[in-house]
Design a protein around this ligand. Structure first.
Ligand code: GLY
Length: 346
């Protein structure tokens, strides 16, 4: 088993091993004296892996209740959050018990936010089952729900007590879901790791499972390093948002329906690179295409920019955006929102 120790305000370990969800009860028993857990999952992941995790928890002496909600971003809202609070209350969860988030980014975000806020904070364990959740959202403590004004606008920083990554769970992902995670993986290569990017260039969506363990470990280790340096997202952590300002805008333009987060990030990385490092664009696009990701959008820039001015990374009328002029090196640039709009519309 590979371990990555994350030294944030509350430290924790990320455990990476194929088949590790079968041992989740044993692994969680090592980090808590409590023998009471509440599992939060969605209907798709619950039907695939719920029994395995619950059997392991019960074999290790845990009393276990389960809350299941419909899969998808549309569930990451105040109504489902309220249902989770009621479920935790009915399950008799106390501050010394454990909440388990079993699923992809939506499950991790909403269960994480419930953990951050229920009883003013209950420890939680992330068991991420998508590539995006394993390499990004399960590590680093960002939790959130969506409101009508936008995605992830209400949330909290709360680090998990443990993350269990089982790359075998990635084998049941649809090609679209795998592509979505690959956009974040390509982002890590662009912002921090030229060797990772070169490795990705020599594979495609069809054979990427051959190097998946290596990819998951490398990306989590990059995220660990960035988050340890800037846990509360006031500086360097913003580099993780390469491609995201325009990516979120494209997702919003599509009403967060037929467009995945990964597709948005892929196009967002291309638009910003076309503008600020055109000599790198072809290389980036070739890599994205080999993972079935888009490189352009039908959305007019003039309709995307209003979404950018609502970006969480703006402050005092300024917007921060990330530029990579060399593979593996990212810089944070700041300009006024109107200057950013002028450059992008040129
Ligand atoms: N997903 C970006 C971050 O964790 O900061």
């Amino acid at each position: 088993m590979k371990k990555i120790s994350v030294r944030t305000s509350t430290p924790y370990e990320v455990l990476i091993e194929r088949g590790s969800i079968k041992k989740s009860g044993e692994l969680i028993a090592e980090i808590t004296k409590s023998r009471k857990v509440a599992v939060i999952t969605d209907d798709i992941v619950g039907s695939l892996y719920g029994e395995t995790v619950i059997d392991s928890l019960r074999e290790n002496g845990f009393e276990c209740t389960v809350f299941t909600f419909p899969n998808g971003e549309q569930s990451k809202n105040l109504t489902v959050l309220g249902q989770i609070f009621d479920f935790l209350c009915e399950s008799g969860i106390t501050r010394s018990d454990i909440i388990i988030a079993l699923g992809g980014g939506v499950v991790g975000d909403i269960a994480g936010f419930a953990s951050a806020s229920y009883l003013r904070g209950v420890d939680f364990v992330q068991i991420p089952t998508t590539l995006l959740a394993q390499v990004d959202s399960s590590v680093g403590g960002k939790t959130a729900i969506d409101i009508s004004g936008g995605k992830n606008l209400v949330g909290a920083f709360r680090q998990p007590a443990l993350v269990i990554c089982d790359s075998d769970t990635l084998k049941t992902l649809t090609p679209e879901n795998l592509s979505c995670g690959m956009a974040e993986v390509i982002k890590y290569g662009m912002i921090r790791d030229c060797n990772l990017f070169e490795k990705l260039e020599s594979h495609t969506l069809e054979d990427v499972h051959e190097i998946m363990d290596d990819i998951v470990y490398t990306c989590i280790d990059i995220k660990r390093d960035v988050v340890e340096g800037d846990e509360f997202d006031r500086g360097e952590r913003m580099i993780l948002n390469f491609g995201h300002t325009l990516g979120h805008a494209i997702e919003g333009w599509h009403n967060y329906t037929d467009y995945t987060h990964g597709m948005g990030v892929a196009v967002g990385m291309c638009l910003i690179t076309d503008k600020f490092a055109p000599e790198l664009s072809e290389r980036l696009k070739k890599c994205l295409v080999s993972y079935n990701l888009p490189t352009d959008t039908e959305a007019p820039m003039s309709e995307l920019l209003p979404y950018c001015s609502k970006d969480k990374k703006r402050s005092y009328g300024n917007i921060n955006y990330i530029v990579c002029q060399t593979v593996g090196v990212a810089e944070i640039r700041k300009s006024t929102v109107s200057e950013f709009e002028r450059i992008m519309e040129e």
